[in-house]
Design a protein around this ligand. Structure first.
Ligand code: FES
Length: 157
């Protein structure tokens, strides 16, 4: 009998299922595990999650595409999310975005060539009274100025 070698990602998903269970409520934790390891959730990984949880692939895809923190494409090692909602916008978001783009030579919506940073706009981060605000990975930065934002990213570089 022909034994097919399992893809590494399939084995990782099986490990996640052991940890989180194999029902629908485990879907997001499993997807987060994949994202943590691979910085995105490929089409193949989505299909494998659906197969192993015995749910429709569209259900997995709709969860992945709904949540901004889950990615279908590879991202940089550091994700910069600058708030674009009205309060931060009025407090100078555009100048901060411009300074970051100039510093990293990369536009919002893209990833730097060295894959160190991905730049994204986000909706309100709940820091409106301390705007403009951004999140770099899991850390929130407030009261930003263009200089402060560039300095924060330089420290990460
Ligand atoms: S509007 Fe930017 S944090 Fe709320």
């Amino acid at each position: 009998m022909l034994v097919l070698e399992k893809n590494a990602i399939t084995e990782e998903i099986e490990e996640s299922i052991k940890l989180h269970g194999n029902n629908r409520s485990a879907l997001i934790p499993i997807l987060q595990d994949i994202q943590r390891k691979h910085s995105h959730i490929s089409d193949f990984a989505q299909q494998e999650v659906a197969r192993l949880l015995d749910i429709h692939p569209v259900e997995v895809y709709s969860v992945v595409s709904f949540y901004a923190f889950l990615n279908t494409k590879p991202k940089g090692r550091n994700i910069v999310r600058l708030c674009q909602t009205i309060t931060c916008d009025l407090q100078g978001k555009a100048a901060i975005a411009k300074a970051i783009e100039r510093e990293l030579n990369c536009k919002f919506g893209e990833t730097t060539q060295d894959k160190k940073f991905s730049l994204e706009f986000a909706n309100c981060l709940g820091m409106c009274d301390q705007g403009p605000a951004m999140i770099v990975n899991d850390k929130v930065y407030s009261h930003l100025t263009p200089e402060k934002a560039v300095q924060i990213l330089s420290n990460i570089k």
